[in-house]
Design a protein around this ligand. Structure first.
Ligand SMILES: Cc1cc2nc3c(=O)[nH]c(=O)nc-3n(C[C@H](O)[C@H](O)[C@H](O)COP(=O)(O)OP(=O)(O)OC[C@H]3O[C@@H](n4cnc5c(N)ncnc54)[C@H](O)[C@@H]3O)c2cc1C
Length: 418
């Protein structure tokens, strides 16, 4: 049996490993000149492979899709992933936040060892092969530097990624190819993304690039309650990104989609309550400037003071009680998520309802899907890679099992309207 894997990110490589272990001849195709580019980028800031928190909490990170992700993690979850990395000679450790990293924090040694093992197992790699659909005979069609190339396979695993950072290979060009074959696709959206605020010229030139530390972001929920998220984020040329903003980005994105705007509240002094802050700021200021006064009394300076000046009226800034209230609850209006290309990950994609439990597209027998191209999302923290690895394993093993059970490809040669 011959299984074609298209896409050489974590999901595709894991699918290749599982299919090969099940006895299939595996050919892996990727559009780029080398595989695993986004994985390597993920390793630049410290490769966060997975998380050590208890499984219930871990699963809750997948929100509305936890039920569908659960069986994938049940067969290849965080512990299995760490053991697998160990098998490649890569030890991992649990950081202070509970996140799990390779000891050297890097992705490259892991990827190198993995590719070596896959090649040894007989997996054939075909880079610079961009999948462009099916030809008239129903063969997979690839654009290569030498022209188009047709490939027949007994089963196919698509692991083509989402639409973020397209220059690393995953450019979402698969969306129309599957849609025109009648596969339902939930529109792709940025996940773990920044947001536009629209700063004044003065604030932007002074503070773009500055981190805002020891802050909490208060996010309203649909039910009228608020959730409080301590952490840090970064001021950008157009708005905010990073850390705690990514953590709450799904609900903010959805709020903007529904209402055109999302207003969060910043607590710029999370370790002091309002009465204390009001008391401190009401102390006599003497000849000191207001800037020096709030720095002394409330430890608010630099970018935090800049944020207050940006948002609070002159009158409120001069009034200790109203200034204290603003420090504890500064409204920040987010007007748009940053584009998908800039996001860390992608929401939307092929919904689980279109797939069977082996991740085969129900209407395209023999075509399996894995990784970020599926419709789920999760915050940063290792949850993205963990689910990609797990889905790749399920799809790769599933394709092999389906073939041994006598599965026959079909359906993919027909366009939706034929
Ligand atoms: C800056 C950054 C840092 C990150 N850090 C982390 C982290 O620390 N921890 C974490 O869990 N996650 C992290 N992520 C997310 C993680 O890297 C992705 O979720 C993961 O790589 C997705 O895996 P995938 O295999 O589904 O897709 P990808 O890794 O995107 O791989 C898809 C592959 O398919 C190929 N492809 C696409 N279209 C075609 C086509 N038409 N024909 C042929 N080949 C094609 C691409 O070239 C690519 O190689 C980070 C992401 C970014 C951008």
């Amino acid at each position: 049996m011959n299984i074609a894997i298209i896409g050489g990110g974590p999901a595709g490589l894991m699918a290749a490993e599982a299919a090969s272990a099940a006895g299939a001849r595996v050919d892996l195709y990727d559009a780029m000149a080398s595989v695993g580019r986004k994985f390597l980028l993920a390793g630049k800031g410290g490769l966060n492979l997975t998380h050590s928190e208890p499984s219930e909490k871990f699963l809750s990170r997948y929100g509305a899709r936890r039920m569908q992700i659960a069986p994938l993690l049940a067969s290849f979850g965080p512990d299995a992933l760490r053991a697998w990395a160990r098998g490649l000679g890569i030890e991992t450790f649990v950081g202070s936040s509970g996140r799990v990293f390779p000891t050297d924090l890097k992705a490259a040694p892991l990827l190198r060892a993995w590719l070596r093992r896959l090649r040894k197992a007989g997996v054939q790699f075909h880079v610079r092969h961009r999948w462009i659909g099916w030809d008239e005979q129903g063969a997979l069609s690839f654009a290569t530097p030498e022209g188009n190339h047709a490939v027949q396979a007994d089963a196919v695993v698509l692991a083509l990624g989402g639409g973020s950072w397209p220059k690393l290979g995953s450019d979402a060009s698969w969306v129309p190819l599957l849609a025109e074959r009648g596969t339902q696709i939930v529109p792709l959206q940025p996940a773990n993304c920044g947001f536009d605020v629209g700063w004044s010229e003065h604030f932007r030139t002074k503070f773009a690039g500055h981190p805002v530390k020891s802050v909490a972001v208060v996010v309203p929920s649909k039910t009228g309650t608020e959730s409080w998220h301590p952490g840090e984020f970064v001021i950008t040329e157009t708005g905010v990104e990073g850390g705690v903003i990514y953590a709450v980005s799904a609900s903010l994105r959805n709020e903007i989609l529904a209402k055109g705007v999302a207003t969060v509240r910043l607590d710029l002094a999370p370790d002091r309550d309002l009465p204390r802050l009001t008391h401190d700021l009401s102390r006599p200021r003497g000849k000191r400037t207001m800037a020096t006064h709030i720095q002394r009394q409330a430890h608010i300076e630099g970018v935090k003071a800049g944020l207050l000046r940006e948002v609070v009226s002159k009158e409120d800034f001069a009034d200790p009680a109203r200034l204290a209230a603003a420090i504890k609850s500064l409204p920040l209006k987010l007007v748009a998520p940053r584009p998908l290309e800039e996001a860390i990950s992608t929401a939307g994609g092929v919904p689980f309802e279109a797939l069977d439990e082996r991740l085969m597209i129900r209407t395209l027998p023999g075509i399996f899907c894995a990784g970020e191209m599926l419709d789920w999302e999760a915050p940063t923290g290792g949850y993205l890679l963990t689910a990609c690895f797990a889905a790749g394993r399920t799809a790769g093993a599933g394709a092999a099992t389906w073939l041994t059970e006598g599965g026959k490809m079909g359906g993919w040669g027909r366009l939706k309207d034929e």
